[in-house]
Design a protein around this ligand. Structure first.
Ligand code: IPE
Ligand code: IPE
Ligand code: MG
Length: 260
């Protein structure tokens, strides 16, 4: 099944949560959950590609996750490396455009090289835009974007469109759907700016148990939701809603001017 071309779900993002609890429930160490969880990633990427989603952004390691025990942090780093090595061929074969957002300066050299070479090799690909948020924090991203703007435009005022352009991956656009696995209902500093009008979906399923079929069902269900973006009729984007708002404001202003 492929999404309609004019589907409102172009950018889907996932907070892949619940690995540690999944492992603990099975009397295993938390890292076991990460290992099992990382094998789910390939399936979900493939499903997103099959569904014709434009962009999939996965939260793999937050700025706050640095405070976890070192062995766990190291496991998460090594799983990123393994994923890149294992999936490189498939990513290229499927014309997937790969990118990492966040601060990966703390990663081992070999992993950083794998990231940058895959980013470079897939830079011009037109398929699914697959983005890993690694060493990522939403507040961090906004602060960096503002600082970049100030540096490049001293003395100028920042507007919303320009802030969009200063983000780490502006081409991804706003998030249409944010899914969080693992049962918690919070954002945990993920894509704070981009989720302003995202549909939210929280599932109890812990990430290692998350299946392609559940992902597909969520996409189908959320595609049926009526998205109004503040309007009273269904609209297909926040931009078109804002255009209408501007038109209304202008008309009202003209009417007031015309009033004696
Ligand atoms: C999500 O699973 C993976 C990362 C945060 C890297 P957790 O490790 O947070 O698992 P829980 O939420 O403790 O079960
Ligand atoms: C969010 O999960 C980060 C990732 C999934 C990478 P956490 O488990 O770190 O978030 P909290 O601690 O429940 O907010
Ligand atoms: Mg968690």
């Amino acid at each position: 099944m492929s999404l309609e071309k004019n589907s409102t779900l172009n950018h889907v993002s996932i907070i892949m949560d619940g690995n540690g609890r999944w492992a603990n429930e099975r009397a295993h160490q938390r890292v076991w959950g990460h290992i099992r969880g990382s094998s789910v990633v390939s399936d979900i990427v493939e499903e997103a590609d099959d569904l014709g989603i434009g962009a999939l952004t996965l939260y793999a390691f937050s700025t706050e996750n640095w405070s976890r025990p070192l062995t766990e942090v190291k496991t998460l780093f090594s799983l990123l490396k393994k994923f890149l090595k294992k999936e490189k061929k498939r990513i290229i074969k499927n014309q997937i455009r790969f990118k990492v957002i966040g601060d990966i300066t703390g990663l081992p050299e070999e992993t950083k090289k794998l990231v940058s070479s895959l980013e470079e090799e897939t830079r011009t690909f037109q398929g699914l835009k697959l983005t890993f948020a690694f060493g990522y924090g939403g507040r961090d991203e906004i602060v960096q974007a503002v600082n970049r703007f100030i540096k490049e435009n001293p003395g100028k005022e920042l507007d919303m469109n320009t802030l969009d352009e200063c983000l780490m991956a502006p081409e991804l656009g706003d998030v249409d759907l944010l899914i969080r696995t693992g049962g918690d209902q919070r954002i945990s500093n993920f894509l704070l700016w981009q989720i302003a009008y995202a549909e939210l979906y929280f599932t109890q399923t812990k990430w290692p148990d998350f299946k392609r079929s559940e992902f597909r069902n969520i996409i189908n269900e959320v595609t049926q939701r009526e998205r109004r973006f503040g309007s009273v009729v269904e609209t297909n984007s926040l931009d078109s809603s804002l255009t209408l708002a501007e038109k209304n404001k202008q008309e009202l202003k003209e009417m007031q001017i015309g009033t004696p």
